[in-house]
Write a protein that binds this ligand. Sequence first.
Ligand SMILES: [Ca+2]
Ligand SMILES: [Ca+2]
Length: 401
Amino acid sequence: MYLKHASYRTIFVSELQKNRSLKVWTIKTAATLAMGTLMFFTSLKAQQVWPGDVNNNGVVNNIDVLFWAYAEGAQGPSRPVVSGDWAPQDPSEPWPETFPGGLNFAFADCDGNGNINSADLNIIKDNYWKSQDMVMLDEYFNGIVGQDPQLLLSTADQITEPGAEEPVGLSLGDEQMQIDSFFGMAFTLKFDTLNIKPTTNMGGNAGVQLDLVNPSWIHDPAGMGTNRSEIFMEVRDDNATAQVAIYRKQNAGATSGSGPVAEFTIVMEDIIVGLVDLETDSIHVVNNDFEGLYTAPSKLRFATAEDSLLLQDRAPLLDDKAVRLYPNPSNGWMTVELTDSNDEIQAIDLFNAQGALLNRLKAPRPASAARFDLGRYPEGLYVLRIKTRKGMLTKIAARMP
Ligand SMILES: [Ca+2]
Ligand SMILES: [Ca+2]
């Protein structure tokens, strides 16, 4: 995945959006701006359609599932060639409907046959994780615990044992912070591949499973109304992530409320080493107007009975503004700086965009700032996981030419 000049602006936008001190940016403005950037990008690409990349940002993932779900049921002109192959496809005539911000619904017709339906979702699955030469960051609306509704992982008992199947509840918002006119969400579950059974072979030991809570405020199939949602999950054991989308079924309309929405089942390995961590991240919740709703991530930890004392030693997620990363993008040295002078950097893990760990930088002595050389790596996007004495945070870094 390589970046060209056109996309730098977007990276800055993302950083600004995450910086909650700039509260003047309303959610709506940010979303409109994001879509505006997408349109800018789209015009560069002469409107060719890459099947499955519904939001046309260069990569196929769960955000595309959310876009597809929003357009499901629409009809329009078909493409000259009906194909879901991962290659630039000549576009159809523009469809009458667009996403808020202007992206044409034609992008959601992945196979190009003129109908947006489950066959197009299958194209997304076929082309999942594939990328174009240019990739723009998807927009996320990660919020702050205590200020925003939380996408919460929870369990009744954090003590586990080898081979156990553990239920992990997923809830959105609570009594104090309700969700108004929910349409859907996409997020990533990060999990511990060392201690959780592989999921790739779905016929065998499916280590991470997910089901909707039934009934719930987003899903009540036994009820007389149309209150129904659907679930999508793509698990990648090799980079320890499960990408999830939960969205309103076609014609279900919006729903408002809060509380449990789904439940993971996590199957432990036969040998458990240390602690088993789970975390929600890269959250993109949208309302029925497809506007982003800031939502706070959460973290959950299991331990065996022998290790149960370690459950006290939790690493809470830090606010995004707890860490400054500059210059970003950079073609050389970057500085990681903690805004809390009483906190200390303990380690910085550097991952590439595919999730492979490239390097672990350990702080040689207590420090509230550290520098490292991103110039050693090829142009592209990187993920930094910054561990401090008080918690942990991930940041996106861009290496420019
Ligand atoms: Ca995409
Ligand atoms: Ca179609």
